[in-house]
Write a protein that binds this ligand. Structure first.
Ligand SMILES: NC(=O)c1ccc[n+]([C@@H]2O[C@H](COP(=O)([O-])OP(=O)(O)OC[C@H]3O[C@@H](n4cnc5c(N)ncnc54)[C@H](OP(=O)(O)O)[C@@H]3O)[C@@H](O)[C@H]2O)c1
Length: 336
């Protein structure tokens, strides 16, 4: 049995879902992989709770869900006000897990890699802006740096491109990568206005409280940039051409529908080019997904067309990607 130590940064929807999966599947990980996990620290913006003997995740969940902040924790636990970079150096876990929405996490990702910790993340901006530096540094040091959950939640499009298809030359990827806009466009097909569709998405917890990242196409743009980096070569988000759905009216949706077509926020990724824009597509197109599904149609020289489709959002669905990467990093560390 190999014990792997973890530090979890971020205890929101994805962080808590990841903690729940680690609790539920403890036995499964022992039996299937001969791995056990010890969580050394958990952090939100209120503070970092650190216990070298290992934290009780059930208690962490109870504290966060009861008081809304980890700093309310008392008992045997110390709460520190360390920033992530400092904490990584002090706690020095085998794996750092970034499930925060910290758009400036890039320096502490670098700190983790240089500290010799593996890093697993669902946080997009560090990769969309600094892919080359982060992945380059991790490769130089032979440290696992894994980010399956940044694109299509747990649906394994990153693994497919990064670990399979290694003899194929990818020619293009067309993808629908943002579930909030898909939900809103589907509702507009049913006669709702843009504002009504947005309010409904917010009330169901599908859209963020600040939905601008989804509506203006930035979230899809980050994901498309990451796909380009993996399938072709590193670029940054500034090189992507991104248009959101803010100009899509119910009339445009209705007109498309009357011709057997629909509108989706589609990303097109080719070597050296990333475009995200609302596009009219046939209702029979594989890109015409609904609800929280994401889809990517990958064309390669050897395989032809490959379609990967599945959940693109949701805490548990995203935890699938995060936990899969934790296991992958652990197996790599055990083999090292
Ligand atoms: N939800 C999804 O379906 C989904 C899917 C794919 C990817 N993602 C990505 O996964 C990440 C987490 O998503 P979420 O839905 O769990 O967001 P969330 O519910 O807003 O949680 C974010 C968490 O990060 C914490 N945080 C922010 N900055 C921090 C820092 N510097 N140090 C420690 N903790 C920090 C927040 O603390 P407080 O609790 O104190 O505010 C919060 O606990 C985001 O980057 C998101 O884009 C989410």
């Amino acid at each position: 049995m190999k014990e792997i130590t973890l530090s979890i940064f971020g205890f929101g929807n994805v962080g808590r879902a990841t903690a729940r999966v680690l609790i539920e599947k403890e036995r499964f990980f022992r039996e299937k992989y001969r791995l056990s996990f010890k969580v050394l620290s958990v952090a939100d913006t209120s503070g970092l709770v650190w216990l070298p003997e290992g934290i009780d995740l059930r208690e962490a969940l109870l504290v966060k869900e009861t008081f809304g902040r980890l700093s309310a924790w008392t008992n045997d636990y110390e709460v520190y006000s360390m920033k992530p970079g400092e904490a990584i150096k002090e706690v020095s876990p085998d794996i750092v897990i970034d499930v925060t929405n910290d758009t400036n996490a890039h320096p502490w990702h670098l700190r983790a890699i240089r500290n010799g910790s593996a890093l697993v993340t669902s946080n997009k901006p560090p990769l969309a802006f600094h892919y080359s530096e982060l992945v380059g540094e991790a490769e130089k040091r032979g440290t696992p740096y894994l980010f399956e959950a940044t694109v299509m939640a747990g649906t394994p499009v990153i693994g497919l491109l990064r670990e399979n298809l290694l003899g194929d030359r990818v020619e293009s990827i067309e993808a629908v990568l943002n579930a909030t806009t898909t939900f809103m466009l589907s509702r507009m097909e049913g006669g709702k206005s843009f504002e009504e569709a947005l309010r409904e998405a917010q009330s169901l917890g599908i859209a963020e409280r600040d939905p601008s990242g989804d509506v203006l196409g930035m979230d899809a743009g980050y994901k498309a940039t990451i796909l380009h980096c993996v399938a072709f070569h590193p670029i940054t988000f500034e090189e992507a051409k991104v248009m959101g759905i803010e100009g899509v009216t119910p009339e445009l949706v209705e007109r498309a529908n009357s011709r057997g077509r629909t509108i989706r926020l589609v990303a097109r990724i080719e070597k050296g080019s990333v475009t995200v824009e609302p596009r009219e597509i046939s209702l029979k197109s594989p890109l015409a997904v609904s609800s929280n599904e994401n889809v990517a149609l990958i064309k390669t020289d050897l395989l032809g067309e490959l379609l990967i489709k599945g959940a693109g959002a949701g805490p548990r669905e995203t935890a699938s990607g995060v936990v899969g990467d934790i296991v992958k990093a652990s197996l790599a560390l055990r083999g090292a």
